[in-house]
Write a protein that binds this ligand. Structure first.
Ligand code: TRP
Length: 328
């Protein structure tokens, strides 16, 4: 049976953290089951940061290193920049002709984000930002992908993409565009070290490229049971961030740790030391892969160039079908 086709992407907005790891691990697995295309969607980054592009190239490079160090294999699946594969742009333009404005205006993320960023004094009432979901639809449809691994927050965008595919097929009486389905993975939701949502901007994250020392420092910052003063006090693991991390990364010892904490037998300092060690075991193979690639900037260029060329073979085929269906 022919393999299904996957496209997925991320906006290059800065370095990734351990909260993103389960998404990347999932991509690594999918590489064997599907024909995958992974795009660093730099045009999407412009939709909100058009006036702040000085760091864009750095962010792109960091994202590529994060992906490769997590184990994505560019031999198995093309890894490329959206802006290198011009057909993403062409399809976006052609689809814009058939996209009712009202469809874009009612995508729930649109008004939400407009308001949120508006509160921060940022005006993104641009044509490009309104078209964000359409550009995303073009990313997917230009590969005629049938499956898109995304988080739940992206479901409205995927539904929009399906509606556009349906409208295109209906208008031009064709079946060129398959309606892609979302593949929701069980994402391990990791809180930041202070218990809030993990985010670089709160400085409560553990970056994927964290050194051993940085891991130790971040784990030391983790919030534990505030009621627990002395080691012999019984602890409440349910409210403890350290425990939450143990429950995800240290499944073998979790029962023992829970009992020791509840019985006042292990102190928070010792418990944190154990966690820092475990997290270091998770990140250290990534560190090795990262330094391999970091030492070879020309290899990084080759990976992106080769990725764009392979992606382009698929996208040019799709565009021929699209142009033919539309008579352009
Ligand atoms: N909107 C996605 C996000 O913020 C990124 C993205 C752009 C994407 N194009 C895509 C994801 C196509 C999947 C498929 O996470």
């Amino acid at each position: 049976m022919e393999k299904g086709i996957i496209f997925s992407g991320m906006r290059p907005t800065g370095k990734l953290h351990i909260g993103h790891l389960s998404v990347l691990e999932n991509w690594v697995k999918l590489q064997d089951e599907y024909k995958c295309f992974f795009g660093i969607v730099d045009w999407h980054a412009l939709t909100t940061a058009f006036d702040n592009t000085e760091n864009l190239q750095d962010h792109i490079k960091m994202m590529l290193l994060d992906w490769l160090s997590a184990g994505l294999d560019p031999d198995k699946s093309p890894i490329f920049l959206q802006s290198h594969v011009k057909e993403h742009g062409e399809l976006h333009l052609l689809l814009s002709m058939i996209t009712p404005l009202s469809w874009l205006e009612r995508v729930p993320t649109y008004k939400d984000q407009l308001q949120q960023l508006g509160k921060q004094g940022k005006d993104i009432s641009t044509y490009g930002f309104l078209g964000y979901p359409l550009l995303m639809a073009a990313d997917i449809l230009v590969y005629r992908a049938d499956t898109v691994p995304v988080g739940e927050d992206q479901l409205p965008h995927l539904e929009f993409c399906r509606e556009i595919a349906r409208r295109f097929n209906h208008l031009y009486q064709t079946d060129v565009l398959p309606e892609p389905k979302a593949k929701l993975s069980k994402i391990k939701l990791l809180p930041g070290v202070d218990g809030r949502k993990m985010s670089k901007s709160y400085n409560n994250d553990i970056p994927l490229n964290a050194t051993q020392q940085e891991i130790i420092e971040k784990v030391q910052m983790m919030v534990t049971d505030p009621q627990r003063i002395k080691k012999t006090d019984p602890g409440n693991p349910e409210v403890c961030i350290v425990h939450k991390y143990h429950s995800i990364y240290n499944t073998e010892e979790i029962e023992e740790i829970r009992e020791s904490c509840q019985g006042g037998k292990i102190g928070c300092v010792a418990c944190k030391k154990r966690l820092a060690k475990i997290l270091d075991n998770v990140l250290s193979p990534m560190r090795e892969r990262r330094s391999y690639y970091e030492a070879r900037p020309e290899l990084l260029q080759d990976i992106l160039a080769d990725g764009a060329a392979r992606a382009g073979q698929e996208t040019s085929k799709t565009m021929e079908l699209i142009r033919k269906a539309m008579n352009v």
